[in-house]
Write a protein that binds this ligand. Structure first.
Ligand code: ADP
Ligand code: DP6
Ligand code: CO
Length: 324
């Protein structure tokens, strides 16, 4: 192999039923299954070039040279599949704030999985891509597919992958992202979830209740029941954040403005509008609602946030190859 190049685009996904803990940190096997919605608005483009003249991996993120601490072990998995693939140069651009709880690691490793495996001459199935992406970041397992996606936890590398639940999403659902802070979080998802697994006395209850939430939420997606899905998602997210408060030392991703957004949504709901929120490992609030009602919700959020802070997102597609 001399030089081989490929580019891919993957969209982020927001979990409605969360992954928050690993049972195997090396294989990245989650403690429980999860359910997400892939979004059209936020994505990562990544180009990988394997070239026999390179003497090390180099990685540029948004034109800045970055350490390859997470990238090289990931590329090693690809090199195991094709030992002829040498070192690589990677260029990536995020159309999503980095490390702010908007799932940049999900779109990042899903795009890298497709670009790197293609550049290495491998023709992986979507299931194989999902397993590979998982090794970079758990949430990336789900970004291989569009629409609603379930990550089946599995018991080994072979059976821990995502499956599409509703890829086309031909019903009225939208997600409004309220961007409160684009800064990198202080505690990465990886560190936060591990601290919770090892120190929260509530962790066993999280697993039991999340498994119940997951079955109910998948049923709600199948029935296009926005209200039930929203109720389950909001409650599951709050339980995840309660785990963080119950860890030692405790931590929280909320900022004062997160609570402002959450209160606006609760008030709208008391006025009869069907809207629910979820938050990941960061202060940004995502609102689950219908396209029909989003103008009223945007209007209410506009009393506290600028138009630039309120971003409309719709169900998005799975990972695909793009022109370099
Ligand atoms: P997020 O909430 O954005 O997913 P995480 O803490 O899970 O935050 O992951 C952020 C990390 O993901 C970054 O520190 C970086 O290591 C990695 N990452 C983000 N974007 C990219 C990218 N485009 N390519 C490779 N790795 C990326
Ligand atoms: C709160 O996938 O970012 O967004 O697997 O350690 O890379 P690593 O963590 P990551 O965690 C995501 C956590 C979450 C919930 C979710 O996406 O399911
Ligand atoms: Co992440």
């Amino acid at each position: 192999m001399t030089s081989q190049i490929a580019s891919a685009r993957a969209h982020t996904n927001i979990a409605l039923i969360k992954y928050w803990g690993k049972k195997d940190q090396q294989l990245m096997l989650p403690m429980n299954g999860s359910l997400s919605l892939t979004l059209d608005h936020f994505y990562t483009d990544t180009t990988v070039e394997f070239n026999s003249i390179y003497t090390e991996d180099t990685f540029y993120l948004d034109q800045k040279k970055i350490e390859t601490t997470k990238i090289t072990p990931f590329l090693d998995l690809v090199r195991q599949m094709n030992p002829q693939a040498g070192f690589a140069r990677i260029y990536s651009s995020n159309h999503v704030p980095n490390a702010a709880g908007l799932a940049s690691s999900a779109s990042a490793f899903a795009a890298l999985a497709l670009a790197a495996s293609t550049a290495a001459g491998l023709n992986l199935t979507r299931r194989e891509l999902s397993r590979l992406a998982r090794r970079g970041s758990g949430s990336a397992t789900r970004s291989i597919y569009g629409g609603f996606v379930e990550w089946q936890p599995g018991t080994s590398d072979l059976d821990s992958y995502a499956i599409p639940i509703d890829e086309k999403v031909d019903w009225d659902i939208e997600m409004l992202a309220v961007i409160i802070d684009r800064q990198q979080k202080k505690i990465s998802s990886r560190t936060g979830m591990q601290r919770v697994v090892t120190t929260s006395p509530y962790y066993p209850a999280w697993i039991t209740s999340t498994n119940q939430d997951l079955s109910a939420a998948i049923q709600a997606v199948k029935e296009h029941n926005l209200q039930l899905l929203g109720q389950l998602a909001e409650s599951n997210a709050l339980r995840m954040h309660a785990l963080n408060l119950s860890a030692r030392p405790p931590f929280s991703y909320f900022e004062p403005a997160s609570l402002v957004a959450m209160e606006i949504i609760e008030k709208l709901r008391s006025e009869g509008i069907c809207c629910y929120y979820t938050l990941d490992a960061g202060p940004n609030v995502k609102v689950i609602c219908s396209k029909a009602e989003s103008p009223q919700i945007i209007r209410a959020l506009s009393t506290a946030f600028t138009p630039e802070q309120i971003v409309e997102a719709f169900p998005g597609p799975g990972v695909k190859l793009i022109e370099c």
